[in-house]
Design a protein around this ligand. Sequence first.
Ligand code: GAR
Length: 219
Amino acid sequence: MLALAVFVGTKGRGSNLFALRDAIEAGRLAASIAVVIGTRAEAPALVRARAAGLSVRIVDPQTIHPEEYGAALLATLKDAGTDTIALAGFLRRVPPLVVQAFPHRIVNIHPSLLPLFGGKGMYGEHVHRAVLEYGVKVSGCTVHFVDEAYDTGPIIAQRSVPVWDTDTPETLAARILPLEHALLAESLQLLAEGRLTLNGRVVRVLTDAAAGGTESRMP
Ligand code: GAR
């Protein structure tokens, strides 16, 4: 059972956050949401989280010395008794102090097939616009472990969708979002079951952790 901290950004609606809550309530994810952390109290995802009775904390890097931001996040995470972090629309780089304190316990959902269309500034609609401008024919979403850079950590799972000639950033985002919701919860459930192993940067899924069973990539 995971004690989750969900990090949300200033712009997101919180749909991935609430998909996690729904998966927990439906018994598909063995976790609790210990705390939702954001940078601005008025962020839509935090407003929704508060209204839903979730525990919300603001750690605002604008009001904290940059060198203290990681320590402030760590204190908040410790206070909430968190053991795992899910980034759900979080725009900032996670401070090294936090990455080091949660080795392979931080996952991010990104709305493209990484390593394509990731990196600093590649967020939400910007990603889908870049996909359409480049002209790729397939896009999708990726759940990966978080390292100290943007979108470069080991890939846990991906889902793909076709890109149509008639797509706009909005239609492409709408096709991918339901897959994000499912993939984030499924990936965290594998983590909860202790079924994710790393070989270099390649993540494999244990088919039967208890039996020390065989490994495969996540389908
Ligand atoms: C999601 O599409 C997520 O993949 C994306 O932000 C959106 C947040 O929406 N994250 C990134 O682009 C990270 N680089 P939500 O608030 O409805 O979950």
